[in-house]
Design a protein around this ligand. Structure first.
Ligand SMILES: C[S@@+](CC[C@H](N)C(=O)[O-])C[C@H]1O[C@@H](n2cnc3c(N)ncnc32)[C@H](O)[C@@H]1O
Length: 384
């Protein structure tokens, strides 16, 4: 379904349980779950997500990209995309619709794995995602879907863990002290002594993962496919342990939206628990003044306590030139007022674990990460 919003294309995809079948030889070859007949498939896929989440993410993306791998111009288009990146001609990549599925097939897998790994190993982020029955996220420049897939995978995994499943072997987060800390905190919360008679606990609100994606590229088809396959394979549905996955895509330039006080963006920023800017901040800083204006809009409209997650290249792509001086883009972010810095790593590696299968080589990544909390005017809030 596609609707128009303030002159820009907006696609809203309500949660649905209909089976979106994966197709194509690449998917069939790399996805054992697909070979399982009918009724067992969803169950098996869910178990694969729980016991081997990284492979489940890659299988999902291989299924989504099966038609793209079959395109005769795949190699040629990929060379053209890489050349544009070297020239920092981002418009040539993201404003050419034919490039988008190819970009997603090549770059989304490594990023999605990296972001999932970041969530699993960063205690604050893990706890934040674990505790929220309803999570509202705004993904700035989230077009290729990496952060959406990682967030959905994390939410589905955490829901199962929370529902009391034994931690699965082979899942790094299960054994991580961070994960245990979050689980212990949750247990403590539920073991609080109650006055007598024990009040009947209110029914928890339905579990909901609500993702609002803003991107200038025409990513609707790529994202719709990802959302469909995630819902089916990872069993997102109202009433299911993973809960509902709601996803909405708005096509447009976020710098223009910030400059024009775009109502839809401002409303979602005000409601968001988490705003992400994953591998987009460098591109934005090509227009420095307008990006500073966007950051001001985030500060003005995000609610106190909400989180802003920024991840980008730790290499020279993140260099900002001011006069004769060069510095990393996070130095500027760190200097902004109104944000409490919760996590800061200037350069860390994500290395793809051996043994994973995907039709293309999945790249390691070296990246910086910043997690900020929108401060209150009074003393800063604790992350819950
Ligand atoms: C390098 S890709 C990263 C995609 C995704 N966040 C990820 O981590 O895989 C950058 C994305 O930001 C989008 N983008 C860049 N500048 C933008 C702008 N001014 N407004 C909206 N989207 C923008 C591009 O269209 C592209 O989808």
């Amino acid at each position: 379904m596609a609707t128009r919003s303030s002159g820009r294309k907006a696609a809203a995809f309500a949660s649905k349980d209909s089976a979106a079948t994966a197709h194509g030889p690449a998917a069939a070859a790399s996805n054992p779950a697909q070979r399982t007949p009918g009724g067992h498939r969803s169950e098996l896929c869910r178990n694969v997500l729980r016991t081997a989440p990284d492979q489940a993410v890659l299988d999902l993306l291989a299924a989504c990209a099966a038609d793209t791998f079959a395109r005769p111009d795949f190699g040629q288009q990929l060379v053209s995309i890489k050349k544009s990146f070297v020239e920092r001609d981002y418009d040539a990549v993201f404003k050419t619709p034919a490039h988008l599925p190819i970009y997603a097939a090549q770059y989304t897998p490594g990023r999605a794995l990296c972001y999932l790994d970041l969530i699993r190993t960063e205690p604050l982020l893990l706890r934040f995602l674990l505790r929220r029955q309803r999570l509202r996220t705004v993904c700035l420049g989230g077009g290729a879907g990496s952060e959406i897939v990682a967030l959905a995978a994390a939410r589905a995994l955490l829901a199962e863990r929370r529902a009391g499943d034994a931690p699965a072997s082979g899942d790094a987060s299960a054994a991580a002290p961070d994960g245990s800390a979050a689980a212990a905190a949750d247990r403590l919360a539920t073991l609080d002594l109650q006055p007598h008679p024990v009040p009947v606990p209110a029914a928890p609100p339905p579990r909901l993962t609500d993702l609002h994606v803003y991107d200038m590229g025409d990513w609707g088809d790529v994202l719709t496919r990802q959302a469909e396959v995630m819902r089916e394979r990872w069993q997102f549905a109202a009433g299911a342990a993973a809960g509902e996955l709601r996803f909405r895509f708005v096509e447009g330039d976020i710098l223009d939206m910030a400059a024009s006080a775009h109502g839809d963006l401002l409303r979602e920023l005000a409601r968001a628990d988490l705003v992400t800017a994953m591998f987009v901040i460098n591109e934005l800083f090509v227009s420095r003044e307008r990006t500073l204006a966007l950051l001001k809009v985030l500060l003005e409209h995000m609610r106190p306590g909400a989180l802003l997650l920024v991840v980008d290249s730790a290499g020279d792509f993140s260099h900002l030139q001011v006069g004769r001086r060069t510095f990393m883009v996070y130095t500027l972010l760190d200097s902004l007022r109104g944000w409490r810095q919760l996590v800061a790593h200037d350069a860390q590696w994500y290395r793809v674990p051996p043994g994973l299968r995907y039709p293309l080589e999945v790249q390691n990544m070296r990246y910086f990460v910043r997690l900020y909390q929108r401060e209150r005017d009074e003393p800063p809030a604790n992350v819950q």
